[in-house]
Design a protein around this ligand. Structure first.
Ligand SMILES: Cc1cc2nc3c(=O)[nH]c(=O)nc-3n(C[C@H](O)[C@H](O)[C@H](O)COP(=O)(O)OP(=O)(O)OC[C@H]3O[C@@H](n4cnc5c(N)ncnc54)[C@H](O)[C@@H]3O)c2cc1C
Length: 329
């Protein structure tokens, strides 16, 4: 089988979810004896193509065009349809980013195909690939397979695979093949403006390695600075469960869960969060979960790697102080 991974750049930088999807592709390739092509798209992207070629892939496809400098769904679909028709992959994999949600179903439909979006995993069973995706706000998971002939399209949820497990190329570098694209401005019906940012301080929690998250246990907005001091001391971003954001105590962009962000940091510190399913679906991909809750039966402990049954108002200042001491010593 031939796998094509479509990577994503955002404002001249990698979207790290690209490497999570590459890790997924490498696992699928190992299970199914497949080859991998990794595509990078944009204008002047040769440095990114070079970096991609150091990963364990069969080839890098460098797709460059002036009209691909800024993202538009029309240009991406025209360009990728041409890449797919020349490279002839069986399976096309994407990270499930906002951009991919925008163009990938249209790309698949334009080729008469469906797409399995937002997968959290896969299995290789009886020679067939089965993709797993969550349903009903993460309460259950569905097995989904493709019908009909290749190419098949699927995207992986942020945090479903670990970007740091991407294997390096065994011989140093994979070949880089430039793909010429026939693209005209008349084919693009939208005019990209500046990227929307809700606030100057807008933070991308999906890329934060450490998250300190507060729930209703924080009790009042006056107590949030204690959690912020801990986040600062540990070098993390502050986040919250939905009630905290609903109250306006923290901005909506900091909400974790089914109606907020899905994150997969190295460390997720849950302070006074009960562990409702709608919260857990947004953070259970974290590498290490530490939960502090005074209720020993709180469901958050079911998914925590380390659990502390305690009052957060005792732990937060003590932990902050210990972290600061360890930095100064
Ligand atoms: C359609 C829908 C979508 C939703 N989307 C989201 C979402 O995206 N994100 C989200 O988070 N929720 C979401 N929810 C809400 C979710 O169901 C829960 O109500 C919410 O996650 C609970 O937040 P919490 O854990 O902060 O509060 P609670 O459930 O009230 O838990 C507070 C916890 O703090 C502990 N505690 C209290 N005081 C202390 C203390 N001093 N020290 C230590 N522990 C203490 C308590 O023991 C308790 O376990 C959604 C709900 C619906 C219906």
């Amino acid at each position: 089988m031939k796998i094509l991974v479509i990577t994503e750049l955002r404002q001249g930088k990698w979207n790290n979810a690209s490497f999570e999807t590459l890790a997924a592709a490498q696992q699928i390739a190992a299970d199914t004896a497949s080859t991998i092509g990794a595509a990078v798209i944009g204008k002047n992207v040769s440095a990114f193509g070079d970096e991609l070629s150091t990963k364990n892939v069969g080839e890098v496809l460098q797709i460059e065009h002036d009209l691909l400098e800024a993202y538009t769904p029309d240009a991406y679909c025209v360009a990728l349809a041409q890449v797919i028709s020349s490279a002839k992959p069986d399976l096309v994999l994407f990270p499930h980013t906002y951009q991919v949600r925008d163009f990938a179903p249209k790309l698949a439909a334009s080729l008469g195909k469906g797409m399995i979006g937002d997968c959290i995993g896969y299995r290789h069973e009886s020679g067939k690939l089965v993709f797993v995706r969550q349903m009903f706000q993460g309460k259950t998971a569905a097995d989904v397979t493709f019908q009909g002939n290749a190419p098949w399209f699927a995207s992986f949820q942020s945090g479903a695979f670990r970007a740091d497990l991407v294997a390096a190329h065994p011989d140093g570098k994979a070949p880089i093949n430039k793909v010429a694209i026939d693209l005209k401005s008349e084919q693009i019906r939208t005019k990209p403006l500046d990227l929307f940012k809700e606030a100057k301080s807008a933070v991308d929690l999906t890329q934060a390695p450490i998250i300190v998250s507060i729930g209703r246990g924080i009790k009042a907005p006056e107590n949030i600075p204690q959690a912020e001091a801990l986040a600062k001391a540990i070098g993390g971003e502050i986040a919250a469960s939905r009630p905290i954001c609903d109250e306006g105590w923290l901005p909506m962009e900091r909400q974790i869960g089914s109606s907020g962000q899905t994150v997969a940091p190295k460390l997720y510190l849950a302070l006074g969060i009960s562990g409702a399913i709608q919260h857990v679906v947004g953070m259970k991909g974290a590498r290490t979960i530490v939960a502090i809750n005074k209720d020993a039966n709180a469901p958050i402990f079911e998914i925590a790697d380390y659990g502390v049954v305690a009052d957060i108002f005792e732990i937060m200042p003590a932990l902050t102080e210990a972290l600061e001491k360890s930095k100064s010593s």
